[in-house]
Design a protein around this ligand. Structure first.
Ligand code: NDP
Ligand code: 2IT
Length: 452
């Protein structure tokens, strides 16, 4: 790479990224979203341009990939692939979740680690960026199979991580159970008890509110954004996709704050409850998803609700859309439908759930758009607070942590606004604000280190 690609157009820059990372569509998409804002911003800032900071950030510090062998319950040998992408430790140790899902590959983990870089910077905490995981499919596996897989994964992964170097956490398919199995194996191999993972159980160094933090934080961010534009969450109708950790906690918090949540989904389809969920219905869903391994379709049989097989909730007439399942859930057709239905705001709980075209459509139409790197940063922020608690060998009270989360989300909102542009109608472009604020912090740290 001899040319300075920063001086070129987004198209030329992306041609270079695509050629260098062939077939990695998700990674191209994430880079393009950031570059569309950062390239014009650095064009007349020679310190960032000449040091080729953006080009350095699209080259992870390192990527490790390893074999994970384990015995299934039939006694047959199973083989998966494990990864850890360590993208940048410019502002803190590598930090980011582990995803266990059959779609995991290098492209998906590179996009997630890239996003994590700017997200972690926005939290204001000293957190570098990474992501890892495996193409292992936890669905339908017994607890023992999960345990054997997690132990085998950590037997190899433990060489690359540590409480001051790289601290993984959960993501899709990795919750408290998996973190427990992996922490146990790390402790056993290394003979040390450190805060090497976050999302741990409360009995062994976990933080209160870590599991709630992403969903709660996304709703706090939505509140800030709505208030900034003279709206109130109270009384608005919300569609949420997914029915995992992020989706269920977002729904719970939105309901507490007076919103009417009418939809949840899973990979099979979505439900629509025109009366909205309440505490009793949410408790039922929580049990279905977290204890019984059930499908969201079962809700429609239990309560008076509709089930749309194979569909996402974006055809519903709602004020707020909160994609909280996975990447690329909202395409441009969905965006057009939401805009036509006068949706006020889109708040990304999942990572990169909205296509770049759809994001542009929302921004052009004046729909408030909260990008994942800002809106879902509450989870990693609480992980940062878990690291602080582990370093102090203390546990902080839940109400203190709840206040910390709320104020961190407010600060992230302010950091976005500080760098954002505004339309003539006063609508803030949070994508731009988040990209520039996140980039600037990491870039300034990189400049201090010289070329490395
Ligand atoms: P979970 O594993 O708890 O839940 C994932 C949910 O998304 C499930 O309802 C699942 O349905 C659905 N889903 C997953 N993959 C697909 C797919 N390919 N198509 C349709 N639905 C799908 O994960 P989380 O709630 O933790 O994560 C959800 C999103 O939030 C991810 O994008 C993650 O990266 C992001 N995130 C998570 C954080 C955390 O702290 N956990 C922090 C910040 C972001 P099914 O059961 O049918 O597969
Ligand atoms: O995408 C994310 O921010 C996460 N999955 C949480 C990462 C973390 O280290 O808590």
């Amino acid at each position: 790479m001899s040319d300075n690609h920063i001086t070129k157009s987004l198209e030329d820059f992306m041609e270079h990224v695509t050629a260098r990372n062939p077939g990695q569509d998700e990674f191209h998409q994430a880079v393009s979203e950031v570059a569309s804002d950062v390239l014009p911003w650095i064009r007349n800032k020679s310190e960032y341009r000449d040091a080729r900071v953006l080009e350095r950030l699209i080259e992870p510090d390192r990527i490790v990939s390893f074999r994970v062998c384990w015995f299934d319950d039939n006694g047959d040998v199973q083989i998966n692939r494990g990864y850890r992408v360590q993208l940048s430790n410019a502002i803190g140790p590598y930090k980011g979740g582990l995803r266990f899902h059959p779609t995991v590959n290098e492209s998906v983990l590179k996009f997630l680690a890239f996003e994590q870089t700017f997200k972690n910077a926005l939290t204001g905490l000293p957190l570098g960026s990474g992501k890892g995981g495996s193409d292992f499919n936890p669905k339908g596996k017994s607890d023992r199979e999960i345990m054997r897989f997690c132990q085998s994964f950590m037997t190899e992964c433990c060489r690359y991580i540590g409480a001051d170097t790289d601290i993984p956490a959960g993501d899709i398919g990795v919750g408290a159970r998996e973190i427990g199995f992996m922490f146990g194996q790390y402790k056993r191999i290394k003979g040390e008890f450190t805060g090497v993972l976050t999302g741990k159980g409360l009995e062994y160094g976990g933080s209160a509110l870590r599991s709630e933090a992403t969903g709660y934080g996304a709703v706090h961010f939505a509140q800030c954004m709505l208030e900034q534009h003279d709206h109130q969450l109270d009384g608005l109708t919300v569609a949420i996709s997914g029915s995992g950790n992020v989706a269920l906690h977002a729904a719970e918090k939105a309901i507490t704050l007076g919103a009417k949540v009418v939809s949840l989904s899973d990979s099979g389809g979505c439900i629509y409850d025109e009366n909205g969920f309440n505490d009793e219905k949410m408790a039922w869903v929580d049990k279905l998803k977290n204890e019984q391994g059930g499908r969201i379709s079962e809700y429609a049989n239990e309560f008076d609700a509709e089930y749309f097989e194979g569909k996402t909730p974006w055809h519903l007439d709602v004020d707020i859309a909160m994609p909280c399942a996975t990447q690329n859930e909202i395409d441009n057709d969905d965006a057009r439908t939401l805009i036509k239905n006068k949706c006020i705001a889109v708040v990304e709980g999942a990572n990169m759930p909205t296509s770049n075209e759809a994001i542009s459509s929302f921004i052009d139409a004046g729909v408030l758009f909260a990008p994942a790197k800002a809106a879902n940063a509450g989870g990693v922020a609480m992980s940062g607070l878990e690291m602080s608690q582990n370093a102090q060998k203390r546990s902080w009270a839940a109400d203190e942590l709840a206040q910390c989360l709320e104020s961190i989300m407010g600060e992230i909102h302010s950091r976005c606004i500080e760098h954002a542009t505004k339309t003539e109608d006063g609508v803030i472009n949070y994508r731009y604000g988040a990209n520039i604020a996140g980039f600037k912090k990491v870039a300034d740290a990189m400049l201090s280190f010289g070329v490395c």
